[in-house]
Ligand binder design. Sequence first.
Ligand code: IMP
Ligand code: MG
Length: 171
Amino acid sequence: MNVLLDAETIHTRVRELAAEIERDYPEGEEIHLVCVLKGGFMFLADLVRAMSPRVSLDFIAVSSYGKGTKSSGEVRMLKDLDSGLQGRHIVIVEDIVDTGLTLIYLQEILRARSPKTLRTACLLSKPSRRQVDVEVEYIGFTIEDRFVVGYGLDYAEKYRNLSHIAVLTEG
Ligand code: IMP
Ligand code: MG
C-alpha cells in the first residue's frame, strides 16, 4: 500500500479545519457534531480535541457500501442519533464524500429535524466520482479517484486503525 497522506499532514489539516469551524459560529454557542460511523470516528476524535468545550457530539450509522469498493447507491440507517437537533448548530462529520449519495441522504433526514444550521465536514473528497450535487462546507483534502484506507476508512472492515491514509493496491 502506498501512503497518500501521512499522519502529520492529516493532523495539521484537521487542526486547521477545527479552527475554521470554531471561527464560523458565534462565540459561546454550542456546536453539535454528528459523526457518521464507522469511517468518521478518527477524524471526529482529532477534530474535537482541537476544539473548545462548547462542542457536543453524537453518532449515526448508515450503510452504503457492503463489502466491496463500489457504491451500491442504496443507503440504509443502521443507528440513529440519541438526541434531537431542533434549534442547534449541526456539523456532520464524515470520512469521505465520493458519489455524494450517502451525504445527500443524511443531509435530507437531518434537515427535516429542524436544526438552526446544518453544515458538513469531510476529511476527503473525490470530486470526479460525484453523482449528485451535494454541499460540503469543510473539506480536508481533495483526492483522485483511488480507493483509500486508513484513518477510519476501511476495506472489508480492515485498515481503519492506520494513522495515515493509503491507496489500496492488490496483493
Ligand atoms: P458515497 O455515498 O459514494 O459518497 O460514499 C460515501 C461512503 O463510502 C463513505 O462514507 C465511505 O464509507 C465509503 N467510501 C467511499 N470511498 C471510499 C474509499 O476510497 N475508501 C473507503 N471507503 C470509501
Ligand atoms: Mg463513511
